[in-house]
Design a protein around this ligand. Structure first.
Ligand code: C2E
Ligand code: MG
Length: 547
């Protein structure tokens, strides 16, 4: 091809040669002619006429020769035409083949580019993938080693993303991942790498940090960027994230160790309540092992009937009577003893086991409430907690209805505790689930009120009966003016929206007095009673404890 090009180029150049040469010769001819004309004009005219005659004679002679050739070489002419036409055909084929080859070369290049992209990028989000991150991390470590600097790796996992997929479908889950990816890219520096590892896991590489605190700032930025709802179709989705951070060279000197440490720290962040970040600490390795063993034995706990419910009384602050109880799950672990929900509920949420566990809690609580009624104890409501995956499971209202029916319990005796994060996950679907539950006749309470990122407008929109003031505010309200103001404001808010209000975590008589003075309806906490087993609570109810 290149050789042909060269030939073509030289062919194309030939016609220019005489012109150029002619341009160089012309002035000297003109000058000489002028001189000849001036000195020997007549001689030149004669000479020119002789040349012209000579030229004409030569043309006549050549024509005669040609005519003679024409006559003699009809056969040769035909052969030559044939050769020319075959040459033309060959040439055409060559041109077509050349064009086809160039199209194929383009296609091969495009396929190569695509392959290159697939090998290094995630097709859903367009972010670098695991392989490219490994590559960049390796290079960044090498550079940091040579320059004696630190670098940070952040492993990020979306909180309960699985349940977005399960309740709203994979296409919505995909859109959410794309939206998260965009926000991540928007809040880091150009020199940082945001990659998707797969599923709902992202890894951020910060190759240039001065101190570990720089990574903490970046993690805070990421959490803040993810906090506002994602507007997708008609849904407003809230999703948090848990982030684990590892630092080179402190936590590891190679890519694999740094990723492992950041991953372990991420689990720790999840266990400390999610939507937060944690730096890796060596102690976390032991915890990660423990976590795995908990997950394994959690799978057997239901069939081995190792769960129990404890009940904590809720007290009417004006009358001093018990208005209800909250059912709180415990796990009687064969080796570790009685475990609190914080030690296993987050793990159960992550691996999906919370769904069968939640169904068991609903049935057990309804059966217990009915058993107390049958035993002639004063009627009380029973509160059951529902976490995000349970509430957003498509059959949640159905399960609630089934548990009530199986226990022959009137719906008004059952209250569901829903945290703000449960309610804010997806406004459109939350509203319809809440109405389905309210239609059943059960009561609805907002748990840990004041701790979420929620907007207050949902309080008007949703069929809610009760606000539960988070125990962190109650805890500090006597020593901190801000917390006291928040508690007072929540009580006023509840009153003006005609909701019942209950203070959680009440531990002292002074706290009771503060709440009574502000007309808080109910209270719950160690001051009135710790969560206890069903039999112990029955004794308490029989005694009709007055406070
Ligand atoms: P929660 O719904 O906010 O429950 C109140 C927690 O505060 C309970 O902890 C209770 O024991 C504790 N508490 C009560 N009074 C006081 C007090 O005066 N001082 C202090 N410091 N703490 C007090 P617990 O039982 O460990 O439950 C923790 C969380 O686990 C619950 O928070 C709830 O979100 C979750 N949980 C409990 N049972 C279940 C369940 O059956 N299903 C689901 N999905 N979550 C549950
Ligand atoms: Mg609760």
């Amino acid at each position: 091809m290149s050789n042909q090009d060269k030939d073509a180029a030289s062919d194309a150049g030939e016609p220019d040669a005489p012109d150029q040469a002619g341009t160089r010769r012309e002035p000297s001819i003109a000058a000489a002619d002028e001189a000849v004309l001036s000195r020997e004009k007549s001689a030149a005219v004669r000479e020119n006429a002789a040349h012209a005659r000579e030229g004409e004679a030569r043309i006549r002679e050549a024509s005669a020769t040609l005519r003679e050739w024409d006559l003699r070489s009809d056969e040769t002419q035909a052969a030559s035409d044939d050769r020319i036409s075959r040459l033309q055909q060959a040439n055409e084929h060559l041109v077509i083949a050349t064009l086809e080859a160039s199209v194929m070369a383009e296609e091969i290049q495009a396929a190569k580019d695509k392959l290159e992209y697939l090998v290094h990028y995630d097709t859903l989000t367009g972010l670098p993938n695991r392989a490219l991150l490994q590559d960049r991390l390796g290079q960044a470590i090498e550079l940091a080693r040579r320059q004696g600097r630190q670098l940070a790796l952040m492993f990020m996992d979306l909180d309960q993303f699985k349940h977005v997929n399960d309740s709203l479908g994979h296409p919505m889950g995909d859109q959410l991942l794309q939206s998260v990816a965009q926000r991540l890219v928007g809040c880091v520096r150009q020199s940082d790498t945001v990659s998707r590892q797969g599923g709902d896991e992202f890894v951020l590489l910060l190759p240039y940090i001065e101190h570990a605190e720089d990574a903490a700032l970046s993690a805070q930025k990421v959490l803040a960027a993810l906090a506002p709802p994602h507007h997708l179709d008609e849904h407003d989705l809230h999703i948090g994230a848990s982030i684990g951070i590892s630092i080179y060279p402190n936590d590891g000197r190679d890519a694999e160790t740094l990723i492992k440490c950041a991953d372990t720290a991420m689990y720790d962040a999840k266990e400390s309540g999610r939507n937060t970040y944690k730096f890796f600490e060596p102690r976390m390795n032991a915890q990660a092992v423990q976590r795995q063993s908990i997950e394994a034995s959690l799978r057997l706990a239901l069939e081995r009937q190792e769960f129990v419910l404890h009940y904590q009384p809720k007290i009417d602050l004006q009358r001093g009577t018990t208005t209800g109880v909250e059912a709180l799950i415990r796990w009687q672990h064969p080796q570790r003893g009685l475990l609190a929900p914080a030690q296993f509920v987050p793990i159960a949420e992550d691996c999906g086991l919370i769904l069968p566990i939640g169904r068991w809690v609903l049935r057990e609580a309804c059966n217990q409430a009915q058993a107390w009624l049958q035993a002639g104890l004063p009627p009380i409501t029973i509160s059951v907690n529902a976490s995000t995956p349970e509430f957003h499971a498509v059959d949640y209202p159905e399960n609630v209805g089934a548990a009530l029916e199986a226990a022959h319990l009137e719906p008004r005796y059952l209250e569901l505790d829903l945290t703000e994060s449960v309610l804010m996950r997806d406004v459109a679907s939350t509203e319809s689930v809440l109405h389905a539950l309210a239609d059943l006749g059960v009561k609805l309470a907002v748990d840990d009120f004041g701790t979420g990122y929620s907007s207050l407008s949902y309080l008007r929109k949703y069929p809610i009966d009760t606000l539960k003031i988070d125990q962190s505010f109650v805890n500090r309200m006597l020593g901190n003016a801000d917390d006291a103001a928040i508690v007072s404001a929540v009580i006023s808010l509840a009153k003006s929206l005609r909701l019942r209000v209950i203070a959680e975590g009440v531990e002292t008589f002074e706290q009771v007095q503060f709440l009574r003075a502000r007309h808080c309806d109910e209270a719950q906490g160690y001051y009135f009673g710790r969560p206890v087993a069903a039999e112990a609570l029955a004794t308490l109810l029989q005694a009709g404890t007055a406070h």
